[in-house]
Design a binder for this molecule. Structure first.
Ligand code: PXP
Length: 241
């Protein structure tokens, strides 16, 4: 059964829009866990646009389930991640001008920078290190060569598919990628753009997925109906209840 990790970055975005102390991503994380999330995800970006160092340290002290620290290979952020030693570190590409993470890492073209960060993370005691990649065989095979022990498959193209035909093609791509990753000995995670409508097909068709990382859909629903029902509904959707 897939685990549900909830990303609390958007709570930080709202807080920072007014330079206030609320809403607090740390309190939101606790609420998500109480409502049934298996863990919490955050992305400490180089520009600190949502999560800040204060949040990282408090999340590390208070999250009871799995903690997933998303990061780029920026030296300072890698060093903060090493100090925190979360359960899982997920390496993602990062460009300052992007609104959100756009596309997976190009592991094929640039493996050395990643290998260096991965080695530092393992040395610091992080047990799971994941690479966020597009569902492309060569990228997954290259990820396995870096010694990362997980991949997070980028589900954005599936989520954004403009037609039913494209959606079915994307789900096949994800299913194939998940099998390639599993056969390469990698633990399989997935995320980006997953929501209450597209998770059921994903759950049925894509094998070997141990956990999904979901932020925007849950936070957007929480704004209208409250955090507890938003998380509970997503948990039921992910688990197939
Ligand atoms: N996984 C990764 C690597 C991401 O960068 C993001 C976006 O922050 C997510 C999952 C969650 O995406 P969404 O907010 O669309 O659910």
């Amino acid at each position: 059964m897939m685990n549900l990790l909830i990303n609390v970055d958007h709570v930080g975005t709202l807080r920072n829009a007014r330079e206030e102390s609320f809403p607090d991503p740390v309190r939101a994380a606790a609420r998500c866990e109480q409502a049934g999330a298996d863990g919490i995800v955050f992305h400490l970006r180089e520009d600190r646009r949502h999560i800040r160092e204060r949040d990282v340290h408090l999340l590390n002290q208070t999250v009871e389930g799995k903690l997933d620290f998303e990061l780029s290979t920026d030296e300072e952020v890698v060093s903060i991640c090493c100090d925190v030693a979360p359960d899982l570190a997920t390496l993602v590409p990062e460009r300052r001008e992007e609104v959100t993470t756009e596309g997976g890492l190009d592991v094929v073209s640039d493996p050395d920078r990643l290998k260096n960060a991965i080695a530092q993370l393992y040395d610091a005691g992080v047990e799971q290190v994941s690479l966020f990649v597009d569902p492309v065989q060569e990228q997954i095979e290259a990820a396995a060569q870096t010694k990362a022990n997980c991949v997070e498959l980028h589900t954005g193209d599936y989520a954004d598919a403009p037609t039913e035909e494209a959606r079915m093609q994307e789900i096949e791509r994800l299913a194939h990628a998940a099998s390639v990753a599993h056969e390469a000995g990698l633990r399989v995670h997935a995320g980006h753009g997953l929501d209450y409508n597209n998770v059921p097909l994903f759950r049925e068709r894509v094998p070997h997925v141990a956990e999904v990382s979901i932020g925007f859909a849950v936070m957007a629903r929480a704004m209208l109906v409250g955090m507890d029902p938003a998380v509970r509904d997503m948990r039921a959707t992910v688990k197939g209840y």
